[in-house]
Design a protein around this ligand. Sequence first.
Ligand SMILES: C[S@@+](CC[C@H](N)C(=O)[O-])C[C@H]1O[C@@H](n2cnc3c(N)ncnc32)[C@H](O)[C@@H]1O
Length: 144
Amino acid sequence: MEFSTGELEILPFDSETSDLVVCGLALDHCPSLTEPLTELARVTRPGGRVIVSGINPLMSILGGAAHVKLDQGERGFARNHAHLHSDFLTAFHAAGLEVQRLHDPRYEADHVALKRTAMSLIPEATLAAYVGLPAVVVWDLRRR
Ligand SMILES: C[S@@+](CC[C@H](N)C(=O)[O-])C[C@H]1O[C@@H](n2cnc3c(N)ncnc32)[C@H](O)[C@@H]1O
């Protein structure tokens, strides 16, 4: 297996070389969907499958962000851009990607258990706040 690094806006792969392309929880950090989705479509063979996931935009609108620990032990966060479903549909259409299915599961208790800091301090309130809220979106797409 080979690993490469690169930017979503300029993928380091030749055009129409992949049967399956997966992009997990990264588009939330891109201000525009147009360039990354154009690139994901470009490297996919016609008829190939593209799976794209993201935080449900409702959670980003409510302030959801990716929290990280920095080198010096400080806490930081990467902003989530709230891409609405209509933004995705517009960008898919422009990139030549057809929607096959959309999965948008809600938080269940075992997902909320992963929110360790809040669960260690106020578990009942954390569960009450999260369970049932929309968690992520997973788009299952086909390249035209
Ligand atoms: C929340 S993490 C998800 C990591 C992993 N894909 C997963 O599902 O566990 C977000 C990732 O998106 C990457 N990312 C954000 N903007 C990017 C961009 N413009 N090009 C490539 N990667 C990007 C970050 O480096 C980070 O690794």
